[in-house]
Design a protein around this ligand. Structure first.
Ligand code: SF4
Length: 381
């Protein structure tokens, strides 16, 4: 079953670390939703499988959409696709948008999963990141969610911010754990190209981030969440009772998905495409019937690299049979290059069946994947 991703490219203000596509002007919100509805119609044949297992409203800030705006998109989707009661329908939401009434509305339109961008309960951290919400809103939102009918809730937490102590991080996690939250995504603050954070570091307004602090806090999170019955099923994602995020898991398992809206990516099993990351040009192109996306066809080595990058980060790892059948050409190469990581116990060959990262290896996931990548000029097979 395939998935649908809808990108809502608006935010109240720009977080200093963020390099996603969004606009802080909501002036063209109506027009943009109209364009999204048109794009859904134009691309109705993109997915061959019309039965879908997940719908994901991401952004940007999808919680800036009203009940009727969400309803219009879901109604349009229902004219093209079918889904069952178990279909995961997620909305990314910021704490300052969530009220009792809004949660009721979400429930009524069929949203059954919230992904809440709390990030921190420390006022100093929220201001450092230029988040639109306050610490008291971070606290209040979880009480409101506890009393709502939304089925599943995931919380995002950021660690590695310059002044975040281990004790403060522990208290952030403890606060989340005291509510009915079954899923957490914990991300290290990173310096992305073109962000305000990068500019502040370059101009020495603030010091560069501390890798040792990030590594230590990554391990602290692993230990604390494991101790509280959460399973780390991907480097940054933790779930209780095996309630894994369907949308993300589909992506890691290369399930086809259609991405709608400016900057949204799509994958049909063979090709990746991405829409232009500019609201005005996107809307004009949709209106005028002009092209607004680029497409790339992945060759075998690109598919292999993607497979390594996504699968290695997950608890399912790399099944040796799949590696042999789908990427036979790279099998010996993988086995040879993974040896040092097995020796360091950053990887294990579990049950002689799958190559997986250990808890310690999860910390080095990006480095390990980059070593295992096949780069043709340097590594002739
Ligand atoms: S709310 Fe989310 S998408 Fe918007 S600027 Fe902040 S991190 Fe980026």
């Amino acid at each position: 079953m395939s998935g649908i991703y809808i990108h809502i490219p608006f935010c109240k203000q720009a977080c200093h670390y963020c390099n996603f596509h969004f606009s802080t002007s909501l002036k063209y919100k109506d027009l943009l939703i109209e364009s999204i509805l048109k794009e859904l119609e134009m691309r109705r044949n993109y997915l061959t499988d019309k039965k879908i297992s997940s719908i994901y409203f991401g952004g940007g800030t999808p919680s800036l959409l009203s009940r009727s705006e969400l309803e219009s998109i879901l109604n349009k989707l229902a004219t093209i696709y079918t889904w069952g009661l178990d279909c995961e329908i997620t909305l990314e939401a910021n704490p300052d948008d969530i009220t009792k009434t809004y949660l009721k509305d979400l429930n009524l339109v069929g949203i059954n999963r919230l992904s809440v961008g709390i990030q921190s309960f420390q006022e100093r951290d929220l201001q450092f990141m230029n988040r639109a919400h306050t610490s008291s809103e971070s606290h209040a939102v979880l009480d409101v969610i506890d009393q709502s009918d939304i089925k599943e809730v995931s919380v995002d937490i950021i660690f590695g911010t310059p002044e975040l102590s281990d004790d403060e991080l522990e208290s952030n996690l403890q606060l989340v754990l005291s509510h009915r939250i079954n899923h957490m995504s914990c991300y290290a603050l990173t310096v992305e190209e073109g962000t305000a954070l990068q500019h502040f570091i370059k101009t020495k307004k603030i010091e560069d981030l501390n890798d040792d602090q990030s590594a230590r806090q990554f391990t602290l999170i692993q230990n604390m969440l494991r101790h509280n019955s959460f399973e780390q099923y991907e480097v940054s994602n933790y779930a209780k009772n095996q309630i894994y995020a369907v949308h993300n898991t589909n992506y890691w398992k290369s399930v086809p998905y259609l991405g709608i809206g400016p900057s949204a990516h799509s994958f049909d099993g063979q090709h990746r495409s991405w829409n232009i990351a500019n609201n005005q040009i996107y809307m004009n192109c949709i209106r005028d019937g002009q092209s607004y996306s680029e497409v790339e066809t992945l060759d075998l080595s690109e598919k292999y690299n993607e497979y390594i990058m996504t699968r290695l980060r997950t608890k399912w790892g790399i099944p040796v049979v799949e590696l042999q059948t789908s990427f036979h050409k790279f099998y010996d190469y993988f086995i040879k290059l993974s040896k040092p990581f097995l020796e360091k116990q950053w990887m294990i060959f579990e049950n002689s069946d799958s190559y997986k990262l250990t808890s310690q290896g999860m910390l080095y996931a990006d480095h390990i994947a980059s070593v295992l990548f096949y780069i043709s000029d340097e590594n002739e097979l």
